[in-house]
Write a protein of this length. Structure first.
Length: 331
C-alpha cells in the first residue's frame, strides 16, 4: 500500500521556507525556553517547598514513634482531615465561608483535638493492657481505613481548592519564579519547623519529650509525667499534620486521599533522616522533596516518587541508621 502525502507540495514548500515576515527570515533571534540551569534552579526551589511541607507532616509522626515506638499508619488521615476541615470552613457551599487564615487555625485546632482524642480513647487503654507493638500497628491500619472512608463519606471524591490565593502572578526572582502564595507557604513552613526545634531545645516540655524518646523508663524514674508527655506529643503531631495538610492542599489540591498519598513520603523522610529523630525527619523530608522534584528534569513526573524512594534505599545501604540516626548494637 502506497503512503499518502501529509501535505500538498505547495503547502510543504511553505512549511520548509520561512515566510518573509517571520523572525527567521529577517535574521532575528527566535526565542527559546529556559535553559537547563534555570530549570534546575526552579526544580530545586519547588523541591525545597515540597520538602518542608512533607517535613511539617512527618515531624509529628517521628515524635510519636520516638516516644511510644508506634508506627502510626493513620497519620496520613490526620493530614487529610486538617485539609478538608479548612476547606469546609473556607470554600464549601455548606460551610461558613471563613477566610483561609482563621479556617487554617481552626483546622490546626481540629488536628490537636483529634490527636488528643485518639490517644485518650484508643492508644492509652491499649498501652495500659500491654498490647504488643504488632497489634498496635494493625490497629493503626484499621483506624486509617476508618478515618479515610469517614472523610470520603462527608467530603466526597470531587477535588476542591480553597477560596483565597488560588490564581496569582509569579514573582520573577532572576532565573526562577514563585507565586506569593508558594513563597508564603515555604517561609511559614520553615518558621514552623524552626519553632518546633526551639520547642524541643528551649522548653521544659521539649526537654521532657527528648528524655522520654531517649529512655522512657529512666525519664519516668526521674519524675517526668510520661503520660502527659505522650499526650502532648499526640496533640503536637495532630496539629502539625493538619497544618501540613492545609499547606499541601493550598499549593496542590484538596482530595479525600491526599494524606494517604503523602504518607509513603513521610515514612521515607523519617527513615532517611533517622528513626525517632525530629531533626532527622526534617532533613530527610527535605532531601526526599528535592530529589522528587529535581528528578523531573530527566524523567517523567509520574516517576518522581520512585526516585525519591530509590534515594532512600541508596542512603540506607551506605548509612543504615539514616542521616542523623545513631548506630545501635543489636545482640
Amino acid at each position: 500500500m502506497r503512503h499518502q502525502r501529509l501535505f500538498p507540495p505547495a503547502l510543504a514548500l511553505t512549511l520548509l521556507v520561512p515566510a518573509a515576515g517571520s523572525a527567521a527570515a529577517q535574521g532575528e533571534e527566535v526565542p527559546h525556553g529556559p535553559g537547563f540551569a534555570a530549570r534546575a534552579l526552579q526544580a530545586l526551589l519547588d523541591g525545597i517547598q515540597f520538602g518542608v511541607i512533607i517535613a511539617i507532616c512527618a515531624v509529628g509522626l517521628s515524635l510519636i514513634f520516638g516516644t511510644i515506638h508506634l508506627i502510626n499508619f493513620a497519620h496520613g488521615e490526620f493530614v487529610t482531615i486538617g485539609a478538608t476541615a479548612a476547606f469546609f470552613l473556607n470554600a464549601s457551599a455548606a460551610g461558613p465561608h471563613w477566610h483561609l487564615v482563621p479556617a487554617t487555625l481552626a483546622a490546626v485546632a481540629v488536628g490537636v483535638l483529634l490527636g488528643a482524642a485518639v490517644d485518650r480513647t484508643i492508644w492509652r487503654p491499649l498501652r495500659a493492657r500491654g498490647t504488643g507493638l504488632i497489634n498496635l500497628f494493625i490497629v493503626t491500619i484499621g483506624l486509617s481505613l476508618f478515618l479515610r472512608h469517614l472523610v470520603l463519606l462527608f467530603y466526597g471524591t470531587r477535588p476542591g481548592s480553597y477560596a483565597q490565593y488560588d490564581i496569582q502572578e509569579a514573582y520573577d526572582l532572576g532565573p526562577v519564579g514563585i507565586t506569593p502564595r508558594d513563597l508564603t507557604v515555604t517561609l511559614l513552613s520553615v518558621a514552623v519547623l524552626l519553632g518546633v526545634a526551639a520547642l524541643l531545645q528551649k522548653t521544659r516540655i521539649g526537654t521532657a519529650i527528648r528524655a522520654v524518646s531517649d529512655n522512657r523508663d529512666l525519664a519516668e524514674a526521674s519524675g517526668i509525667d510520661v503520660k502527659r508527655v505522650v499526650s502532648v506529643v499526640w496533640m503536637l503531631g495532630g496539629g502539625l499534620a493538619a497544618l501540613g495538610g492545609v499547606f499541601f492542599g493550598l499549593v496542590e489540591i484538596v482530595t479525600w486521599d491526599m494524606g494517604f498519598k503523602l504518607l509513603l513520603l513521610m515514612f521515607a523522610g523519617i527513615i532517611l533522616g533517622g528513626l525517632g529523630s525530629a531533626y532527622g525527619a526534617m532533613v530527610g523530608s527535605l532531601v526526599i522533596g528535592v530529589v522528587a522534584q529535581v528528578s523531573t528534569l530527566w524523567f517523567p513526573a509520574d516517576l518522581q516518587y520512585a526516585w525519591a524512594l530509590l534515594t532512600l534505599i541508596v542512603v540506607l545501604l551506605v548509612r543504615p541508621q539514616g542521616i542523623l540516626g545513631r548506630a545501635e548494637r543489636v545482640g
